[in-house]
Design a protein around this ligand. Structure first.
Ligand code: C2E
Ligand code: MG
Ligand code: MG
Length: 654
């Protein structure tokens, strides 16, 4: 060990005296205070037992008692309180030595009190305790040696004996320091572990556990705060398109950008996925009033306005923000009463508000109690829907598609409904949305497919060779289980794949293009046909149609419903076509035909619309004009009554 490095090593080895966490300090201080107070009280009977007067005993006890009183003052800094307690304990040791007439055994008291003082793991009280011993042995030993020593030699050479005692006392100190140092190290390791478990490895930001602890600490201090939960819009599409590495990169960039618009008192964290959280203090550390949570939400969203460049692509990201706010109830004192809120609850409220912001497309929304009822209703719907699937409460209605060339039915579309035990027959809108948000869409699609193909089997048995179209959402399509389900059902009902048509929407290309396209190709290998549903809404485009292995194009009823009967169907040269829907429908039919697709018009409600569609060369129609969706047992009677059955023939045979 070189001379230079020795002090360094010693310093490196010595405990750092890092500040104990509040809760731990409080516990230890309580113990030290108990020892201090019990001994202060014991001074009086000990003095009496040693033959001193009561007043002498009381005067001796006054010092430790006064120090104990000072150490219990909450408004003093912790280091001052610990110092008063440390000096008080040492004073009690000195009193024990003095009252016992300086007997050697009484000096043991000092050795016992050293580890007690070391409990604070702080250099100031520890140093004061050591200083006290040196002072007491040296100065008092010299001035009034009988108060410190009980033998002649020590009385004659107090400083020599003070040194002897110091060596022994130093050994006791060393033992206490080793213990202190080991505790400190153990706490450092625990802190490092906690730090690791409270941090999100991707962004380096606090994760849920870290945020909960940080927020809870602020609540316990009675500091008013807002929790902002930020969820990126459409992040799943980014992940699906760029893969997880690209998605991760974007998340890290978003996190860094958020950091640039926050106050230094605000804490940014990531819950996981595309969810970030900001814990925003209403009051800054310097006492100034901080911006309102809404302003912070606006800044966070504005910072996303500029596009992100990830893996050579330019990505536009938006976010929805839910805000939950907490301030201490009037009269509540920090730390002394149970906080009225928990960070877990605030995160939950922010999540509920975020959902409202996202679905109302408001960008940001503050939590209100009212939203909870809505959230609870959604949860109820989810659990009820699960039960509906298990208890066979889902029913399928069938709506015919009619060929315009022959007037015969080409098939039926299967449309799910919920026969709710209390609320009656429910339409699919809510049902499908809920199912798509949970894993229930898979089982729901399987139920509809089962009932649809069972109906087809019945029709065929009755001599009506018609097929069925089933709506499949992107999540179901991307799931390989769907292929197994369809294979199993076709086998079960002894049907060829061509009797089934899957209706998909353009969302499939947004969700998981590669997975969906490969699934579609496998269905086509089995003879299953593919219809592109609701065309004309969303981002329908030529390139999208070309990429899908489709057989049929269904023009959305919002366009068909807009077809006016009073507009010239075939405008002569120079005549202006004012009916936008007509132009769109005509070009869509032409587009479909040029791609070799059969074009079906949805939502045909009037004879005029039908006439327009016939004149535009549309292939098939579906709508209330022909028939409303009907229960399975009404299909055959309906076919028997209408002309549609007369030309019933294998689906898509034309
Ligand atoms: P969609 O696939 O476009 O189905 C056509 C919808 O238009 C059906 O509504 C049908 O009842 C309605 N409709 C038919 N003719 C007319 C008409 O002349 N006028 C008007 N105003 N409406 C007409 P429904 O049954 O309420 O279904 C709504 C949507 O729910 C469906 O739209 C489809 O996207 C979805 N859906 C229904 N069943 C299922 C299912 O089993 N699975 C999935 N994933 N989605 C389904
Ligand atoms: Mg459909
Ligand atoms: Mg449709």
């Amino acid at each position: 060990m070189s001379a230079v490095s020795a002090p360094h090593r010693l310093l490196a080895w010595a405990p750092q005296g890092s500040v104990l966490p509040d809760s731990l300090w409080e516990v230890r201080h309580r113990w030290v205070m108990s020892i201090l107070v019990v001994q202060a009280v014991a001074v009086v009977p000990f003095a009496l037992a040693r033959g001193y007067s009561l007043s002498h005993g009381l005067v001796e006890a006054a010092g430790p008692a006064a120090l104990a009183a000072l150490a219990s003052l909450r408004r003093l800094p912790k280091v001052a309180r610990a110092s008063f307690a440390a000096v008080g304990l040492m004073l009690e040791s000195a009193i024990a030595v003095h009252l016992s007439g300086g007997v050697i055994e009484a000096h043991f008291h000092f050795f016992v009190m050293v580890p007690v003082v070391a409990l604070y793991e702080s250099w100031v009280p520890f140093g004061l305790a050591v200083g006290f011993v040196l002072f007491q042995h040296g100065i008092v030993g010299a001035l009034e040696s009988s108060a410190v020593y009980n033998h002649e030699d020590a009385r004659d050479n107090p400083w020599w004996w003070a040194s002897v005692h110091t060596v022994a006392f130093g050994a006791a100190c060393l033992g206490a320091l080793v213990n202190w140092r080991m505790h400190e190290r153990a706490r450092q390791v625990t802190d490092e572990l906690t730090e690791a478990t409270e941090r999100d490895p991707l962004t380096g930001l606090p994760n849920r556990a870290g945020l909960e602890r940080l927020g809870q600490e602020r609540i316990a201090r009675g500091a008013p705060l807002s929790v902002l939960l930020i969820d990126l819009d459409g992040f799943k599409d980014v992940n699906d398109t760029l893969g997880h590495a690209g998605g991760d990169l974007l998340l890290a960039m978003v996190g860094a950008r958020f950091g640039t618009v926050l106050d230094k008192d605000d804490v940014l964290g990531r819950l996981g996925g595309d969810e970030f959280v900001v814990v925003h203090s209403a009051q800054r550390a310097d006492g100034a009033q901080a911006d309102g949570a809404q302003a912070v939400a606006d800044r966070l969203r504005q910072t996303l306005a500029e596009s992100f460049a990830v893996q050579g692509m330019t990505l536009d990201v938006d976010a929805s923000v839910g805000i939950a706010t907490w301030s201490p109830p009037p009269g509540q004192r920090p730390l002394t009463e149970t906080p009225a809120a928990t960070m877990t609850e605030l995160l939950r409220q922010a999540d509920v508000a975020m959902y409202v912001a996202k679905h109302s497309r408001r960008g940001a929304a503050a939590y209100e109690l009212e939203q909870d009822h809505e959230a609870r209703r959604r949860l109820t719907v989810i659990s009820e829907l699960r039960r509906a699937i298990d208890c066979d409460e889902l029913v399928v209605h069938f709506q015919p598609k009619i060929r315009l060339t022959s007037g015969g039915a080409s098939g039926f579309e299967a449309l799910v409904r919920w026969q709710h035990p209390e609320r009656g027959l429910l339409p699919p809108a809510d049902l499908i949305q809920t199912a798509e948000r949970t894993s229930l869409i898979g089982p729901l699609t399987a139920v509809v497919l089962g009932k649809a193909l069972a109906a087809v089997r019945q029709w065929h048995d009755a001599g009506m060779f018609l097929g069925v179209s089933v709506n499949v959402s992107p999540h179901s399509l991307a799931n390989p289980q769907l292929l197994h389900t369809v294979d199993g059902l076709l086998r079960e009902y002894d049907l060829d794949g061509r009797w089934l048509c899957l209706e998909i929407t353009e969302d499939v290309l947004l969700a998981d293009e590669r997975g969906c396209l490969s699934a579609l190709r496998q269905f086509k290998q089995r003879g299953v046909t593919i219809a592109v549903d609701d065309f004309g809404t969303g981002y329908s485009s030529m390139s999208y149609l070309q990429r899908l292995p489709a057989d049929e194009l269904k023009i959305d009823r919002s366009l068909i419903g807009g077809l006016g009967a009073d507009v010239p169907l075939r405008p002569t040269a120079g005549q202006v076509v004012t009916d936008f829907a007509l132009v769109i429908v005509r070009s869509t039919i032409e587009l479909g035909h040029s791609l070799g697709l059969r074009v079906v018009a949805e939502g045909v409600e009037t004879a005029e619309t039908l006439a327009t569609l016939i004149s535009l060369g549309c292939d098939e129609v579906q709508g209330y004009l022909i028939a409303h969706p009907m229960p399975a047992d009404q299909v055959l009677p309906w076919l028997a009554e209408s002309d549609a059955a007369s030309t019933a023939q294998p689906l898509h045979a034309s």
